[in-house]
Ligand binder design. Structure first.
Ligand code: F6R
Length: 619
């Protein structure tokens, strides 16, 4: 997720805006980024510098070619979404005659239409970003109004999607203007200086007094003032608060660990992955998917290759893809794929799922697949990484950088992207009518709110986890899409709490694993919706009865209102009613929180579990 800093100070304070902005960007490094840039307003001119790579590269460039003294400035660390991580795509982006500079966090959904409009009007774009559209629009609006704040409102009203925009203009001294919708922005209140940041870490070294901006608001800061309005110019207010975190806690947004923070970000990860995927007529469009449509119509098999959590995302997707598209779909651990001499050819679509895009096992699998003539689509969270580069097409998840080693928000974003791919294929191949696709898309868009409602009700799960710090073994059971969720729940517990855990298909229980059940053994059971088909629900309720009868501690994750499970459950964790195929987006959340809280209670380093690396770049 991009990092954003803005600063408006005075010459009397003797502070250079460049120093404040770079310090802020350094404190935001934890968010992850692949390029960085600054723009300063200095003596009626705009000066700027930007580089791909780490902040150190930008700082080297600034040493070679120093910028003039300035007391107003903005800075940005970019996590690439539209366009790779290059110098040219780094922020700031300049509008019009280069007198306005804009930085941006988020995704402008209607950028393609706006870009076409501007291009038709003679604007030449210097980057592949959606941000540059906002920069040109702002320059034009300013030319019409000579009022930077009003110009920002004009632009904000035209944009759809998620954005935090910050701008400085050569003609407007001591002023930074910003707008936000669906993307974070906080104001820092100083003495003779004010600040903007994507979170308080950006200015925690200077002030602990902050204002959280509301939705659809514009703010203008000068050294001595902060003014907030809505997008129509009516006065508005943010929420003032005092920050009592230290710098390390500020990076984690007040959470104990990055993992806890990332779990809390999951509604956004899903919502952002869904952003910008429909056209004006409501049809699903996957612009990034540059694979010949005729080819996609003729594929006769899909093979998902991935490792660990990403493979479980693929296993969830398989149920949806086969159901919606009627194409056989296999899921294969990437490191096993090429060794079994798989049958793939030019009618096979290989889907490689990877958060990092650098997992060597998955890279080797896609190389093998392409050698056999298969087309490869990458579902990836990291722009410019190897897996999307070596694939025929990429569909990016927009979870933002994941810092904790254990994958959480990337998992939900991967599942979401797979749903989009499945629906797109179903639409393209005529397996689903447009209204059916629209209905499922509507259900998907309702998921972030449902995930949030699960997050809001997790205190009993946390209490239970804390009381189970001495547990030696935990089992997880599920059927249908609940099966990969059970596997994922077990993996989370193994990797961060170092507890023996197994995930099983519930139907497999009586073929062996039931022998493990002994009095008091905690067993999580993921129960499908009672509205699901083929007596799936009844079968899982029978499984709960079987293990309950043998004395296990049955911890049941069930839909609100599902009372059939209650007599056999030691504990019931409720999730909102959800269409069967989309349920993993909510049922996995209590399992992530259980593992995270239990590991924390054991005093373990949740973010950096032993023996593990975030990106596994060796086979
Ligand atoms: C588990 C976890 C791993 C990764 C796996 C693949 O929490 O994070 O199992 O899912 O190593 O990594 P990526 O998605 O980067 O290819």
């Amino acid at each position: 997720m991009c990092g954003i800093v803005g600063y408006a100070g005075t010459a009397e304070a003797g502070v250079q805006s460049l120093d404040v902005v770079l310090e802020g960007l350094r404190r935001l490094e934890y968010r992850g980024y692949d390029s960085a840039g600054v723009a300063l307003q200095s003596g009626g001119e705009l000066v700027w510098a930007k580089r791909s790579g780490k902040l150190a590269r930008l700082e080297e460039a600034l040493q070679e070619q120093p910028l003039p003294a300035a007391t107003t400035g903005i800075g940005h660390t970019r996590w690439a979404t539209h366009g790779g991580p290059t110098d040219g795509n780094a922020h700031p982006h300049l509008g019009g005659d280069g007198r306005v500079a804009v930085i941006h966090n988020g995704i402008i959904e209607n950028f393609a239409a706006l870009k076409n409009e501007l291009t038709a009007d003679g604007v030449v774009f210097a980057s592949q970003t959606d941000t540059e559209v906002a920069a040109h629009l702002l320059a034009r609006a300013y030319a019409g109004t000579s009022d930077l704040v009003e110009a920002m409102r004009v632009v904000a009203r035209r944009l759809e999607g998620a954005f935090t925009l910050l701008a400085v203009h050569a003609d407007v001294p001591d002023t930074v203007v910003a707008a936000r919708r669906n993307s974070p922005l906080v104001v820092g209140l100083g003495e003779g200086a004010n600040y903007l940041g994507s979170d308080v870490a950006a200015f925690i070294g200077h002030t602990r007094e902050a204002i959280e901006m509301g939705q659809d608001q514009v703010v203008v800061i000068t050294p001595h003032s902060v003014e907030i309005t809505d997008f129509d110019g009516h006065p508005a207010e943010g929420k003032a608060y005092h920050v009592d975190w230290d710098a390390a806690a500020a990076e984690k947004g007040g959470f104990d660990s990055f993992m806890a923070k990332e779990i809390s970000e999951q509604p956004h990860a899903v919502a952002d992955t869904l952003l910008g995927r429909t056209d004006a007529a409501g049809r699903l469009v996957l612009d990034e998917l540059h694979v010949d449509e005729a080819l996609l119509r003729h594929i006769d098999k899909i093979v998902v290759v991935a490792c660990g959590t990403a493979a479980y995302a693929g296993s969830v997707a398989r149920y949806a893809i086969e159901h919606w598209c009627r194409i056989p779909c296999e899921v294969e651990l990437a490191h096993e794929f090429r060794y079994r001499d798989p049958v793939v050819n030019d009618r096979t679509l290989v889907v490689a799922i990877s958060q990092s895009g650098e997992t060597m096992d998955t890279i080797m699998a896609i190389r093998h697949a392409r050698e056999q003539g298969a087309r490869v689509v990458a579902i990836c969270n990291t722009q410019g990484s190897t897996i999307p580069r070596e694939s025929d097409a990429a569909l990016y998840t927009h979870a933002g950088p994941e810092i904790a080693v254990a994958s959480t928000k990337a998992f939900l974003a991967q599942i979401t992207a797979c749903y989009l791919l499945g629906l797109y294929l179903a639409q393209l191949r005529g397996n689903k009518f447009a209204d059916e696709v629209a209905e499922i898309l509507g259900q998907l868009h309702a998921m972030p709110e449902k995930i949030q409602s699960v997050l809001d009700a997790m205190e009993p799960v946390r209490r239970m986890a804390r009381s189970m710090a001495d547990t030696r073994s935990v089992l997880f059971l599920g059927r249908h899409v609940g099966y990969p969720v059970a596997m994922e729940g077990a993996l989370k517990l193994k990797e961060i709490a170092y507890i023996h855990a197994e995930g099983f298909a519930a139907g497999e229980l009586k073929h062996g694993p039931i022998a493990l059940i002994e009095p008091g053994l905690p067993v999580f059971v993921i129960v499908p919706s009672p509205r699901s088909r083929d007596s799936l629900h009844a079968k899982v309720v029978s499984n709960i009865q079987e293990i309950n009868a043998r004395g296990a501690r049955t911890i049941v994750i069930a839909e609100e209102g599902d009372d059939e499970v209650v007599p056999f459950a030691s504990e019931v964790i409720r999730v909102p009613a959800t269409p069967t195929l989309l349920a993993p987006l909510v049922t996995v959340v209590p399992l992530q929180i259980f593992a995270c809280e239990l590991a924390t209670a054991k005093g373990l380093d949740v973010d950096q579990p032993r023996n593990l690396a975030k990106s596994v770049t060796v086979e």
